[in-house]
Design a binder for this molecule. Structure first.
Ligand SMILES: *[C@@H]1O[C@H](CO)[C@@H](O)[C@H](O)[C@H]1NC(C)=O
Ligand SMILES: *[C@@H]1O[C@H](CO)[C@@H](O)[C@H](O)[C@H]1NC(C)=O
Length: 278
């Protein structure tokens, strides 16, 4: 939401500049040629115009900063610059089969498993043998470098000769957790997943999904309608949302991944953090 406001403000400025140059261009040159007075008048107009564009720019940027800081839906991440938000309408037919089923939806099958796996294979992103690896400059912007030992205990990797650090994105962890809940909801298909054996892990996953949902604290307004065949109000959950395209997030991850095969070897004398991590 915040980002689109910023973009909108920038577009408005561009529009002002464009319409000014488009409309005034020919007229200005005529005045310029007619007299020295005209020349200075034009200089003055140009100066006033530039000054107002500059001021407009400063003000919109300021209000944009204010909006971005108060309504930002995410903390800074290198992915934000790569994946712009886009307006999306949810497909929520509520108890009815949808005309637009998502590939994640429905009875378990190899195809359904495949699409879930695409977003859960950490550190095997997209089923490939790799892990996300970010440069130190990125890590420093995550807001936690002051925590004792946090930077010095990071797992080092090499990305084309450059030093990088092992990472993943929240999306993969969140989807992994939801997927685990999905699997225990279909015990006849996933017969190797015994919910009684994984209670601790499931509770952790419920908490992870809850944190993600309640952090987002869905603010879309669903309206109630009168509908054929029912005499009670019916909710319309097909609300509009600013979403990031998960496929682009995946693309960014793959571009920033390094190949990893097998297990890791802890270097001699590596700084180790005590568990649990806070
Ligand atoms: C809902 O379905 C339409 C049509 O397939 C699709 O364009 C849109 O992205 C879907 N919305 C979501 C949130 O997946
Ligand atoms: C991942 O690595 C394993 C061996 O560790 C290999 O058998 C497999 O083919 C690799 N998968 C891909 C997609 O590269």
């Amino acid at each position: 939401m915040a980002y689109s406001k910023c973009q909108q403000a920038d577009h408005e400025i561009e529009d002002v500049i464009e319409s000014a140059t488009a409309n005034k261009g020919p007229k200005l040159s005529t005045i310029m040629k007619s007299s020295p007075f005209g020349f200075w008048l034009v200089q003055g107009l140009i100066f006033m115009f530039s000054a107002s564009v500059l001021l407009l720019g400063l003000f919109s940027r300021r209000s944009c900063l204010a909006i971005c800081e108060t309504h930002a839906d995410v903390a800074w991440s290198p992915v934000i610059d790569f994946v712009k938000p886009r307006m999306t309408k949810f497909n929520e037919t509520y108890f009815f089969e949808t005309k637009f089923p998502s590939p994640f939806y429905g009875s378990p099958s190899p195809a359904v498993d495949d699409v879930w796996r695409t977003y859960t294979m950490h550190p095997m992103l997209d089923g490939r043998n790799g892990t996300l690896a970010v440069p130190r400059a990125t890590v420093e912007k995550l807001g936690r470098s002051h925590e004792p030992g946090w930077m010095d205990s990071m797992v080092k990797l090499v990305h084309g000769g450059e030093e990088r650090y092992m990472a993943t994105l929240d999306i993969y962890h969140h989807v992994h957790c939801l997927n685990m809940l999905r699997e225990v909801a279909h015990p006849n298909y996933y017969t190797n997943k015994d919910p009684t054996q994984m209670e601790g892990h499931l509770d952790h996953c419920i908490e992870t999904v809850r944190e993600a949902l309640m952090c987002n604290a869905g603010t879309g307004v669903a309206m109630f309608h009168w509908i054929k065949g029912d005499d009670q109000p019916w909710p319309d959950y097909n609300t509009l949302h600013q979403c990031r395209d998960p496929e682009m997030v995946l693309e960014w991850s793959l571009q920033n991944a390094v190949p990893v095969q097998g297990s890791f070897t802890k270097p001699e004398g590596a700084l180790e953090l005590p568990l649990p991590l806070y």
